[in-house]
Design a binder for this molecule. Structure first.
Ligand SMILES: Cc1ncc(COP(=O)(O)O)c(C=O)c1O
Length: 370
């Protein structure tokens, strides 16, 4: 869309619809800050005068602190957030990892206490709900990705849902070169051709073609979600109780996951093979396993940031994330999988775990799979 339509809710505080803030801003990228969202908050932005200075100031002053995860949900831990807040903290960016919503109530309380903004990274969580409320209308900003591996796709891109009109308008500017065309918002009016660049902005526009694809994908979302949940349930049924060498993903009582990823945790103390060997054996069975994720700060870019001396190593290190990274494996989970595909994955997991324990677990295979 060259210029987004404003989807204003009919009443001031309606119950949120799926993925719904009061405003939807289609963006070329679902990526997180430091791009549109922090800028939208006013950490940058503002009037035309001096915008370059402000932009560079923001780039210089915004700092990055990682917060460790909860060892059960693998989502950001509210207690750990509290420990890492300083007077400089501006925003909390919880990621709804795998599609399971973070525990948002305590996070909101912390944000209120410290006057912080919340930007939810819901790249995995389209269609998820927290305490029965759909992700997308719960915080200041929520960001969804429509990359092809996500619940629905626009080829690339995503949307931001926003509960605040001022933020929404800032993001519109940021998305489109800071250009204002509305007559009533111009600082002067030199004629019908006239528009103004009122802030520093970029091209974060989703194309019309992508938007049309997104609308057609949206019609299939319920079906996609239902199938994802079905597949997750099949995995849970196959692995819970029967295979003590692995743990199925813990689901918190407040969370209704949209199951973007299904992560098995290996109990390495019960296995005679390493995660790497088990991973390779599953790949050799033609199963598309992955590992999500390396702790972000271990990537070379973040290491360089640390090496540059401008960040405190204590603000990066997350022991729980480190430990969990060593023992997780992601199984295939996408709506086009047939029941036979799912059964093949389950069989391969049993086979490889049997091999890794030195015990034949095939007799434990659920009858439906055998
Ligand atoms: C948790 C999370 N956040 C953000 C993104 C970035 O999304 P995009 O590639 O649409 O910018 C991804 C991409 O996979 C993701 O997994």
């Amino acid at each position: 869309m060259r210029r987004s339509k404003k989807f204003k809710s009919p009443s001031p505080h309606p119950p949120p619809t799926r993925g719904g803030g009061d405003y939807i801003d289609p963006q070329e990228e679902g990526s997180l800050p430091p791009s549109p969202s922090l800028k939208g908050r006013g950490m940058g932005g503002g009037s035309i005068k001096g915008f370059f200075e402000r932009f560079y100031k923001v780039k210089k002053t915004l700092s990055l602190v990682f917060v460790d995860i909860d060892p059960k949900t693998y989502n950001i831990s509210p207690e750990e957030i509290e420990k890492r807040i300083t007077p400089q903290t501006k925003a909390i960016i919880p990621v709804h990892f795998t599609g399971q919503p973070c525990d948002l109530d305590p996070i909101h309380k912390i944000a209120c206490r410290h006057n912080l903004m919340i930007i939810e990274d819901a790249a995995h969580a389209l269609g998820a709900a927290y305490k029965g409320r759909p992700v997308g209308g719960l915080s200041d900003l929520t960001i969804f990705s429509f990359h092809p591996v996500k619940h629905i796709t626009t080829g690339e891109g995503g949307i931001v849902t926003i509960n605040n009109k001022e933020l929404y308008q800032r993001l519109l500017l940021f998305r489109n070169h800071g250009i204002v065309r509305e007559r009533e918002l111009l600082m002067e009016d030199q004629g019908p051709w006239y528009y103004e660049v009122q802030d520093l902005g970029y091209n974060y526009r989703l194309t019309d073609i992508q938007a049309v694809l997104g609308l057609s994908q949206l019609k299939k979302l319920d079906r996609f979600l239902a199938r994802r949940r079905q597949i997750a349930a099949m995995y849970n049924e196959a692995f819970t109780n029967n295979l003590p060498e692995v743990e199925v993903p813990y689901q918190a009582p407040y969370a209704d996951s949209s199951w973007h990823l299904y992560i098995l945790t290996l109990r390495l103390d019960r296995l005679q093979k390493s995660r790497r060997e088990i991973f390779a054996a599953l790949r050799a069975e033609n199963i598309g396993v992955h590992v999500h994720y390396l702790p972000v700060y271990r990537h070379p870019f973040y290491r360089r940031l640390l090496d540059s001396g401008s960040f405190n190593p204590k603000d990066f290190f997350c022991p729980n994330a480190e430990e969990i990274y060593q023992k997780i494996i992601t199984l295939s989970l996408f709506p086009a999988m047939t029941d036979q595909d799912v059964a093949d994955v389950i069989t391969a997991v049993y086979k490889v775990i049997s091999w890794a324990t030195g015990v034949a677990n095939f007799k434990k295979l659920p009858a439906r799979i055998r």
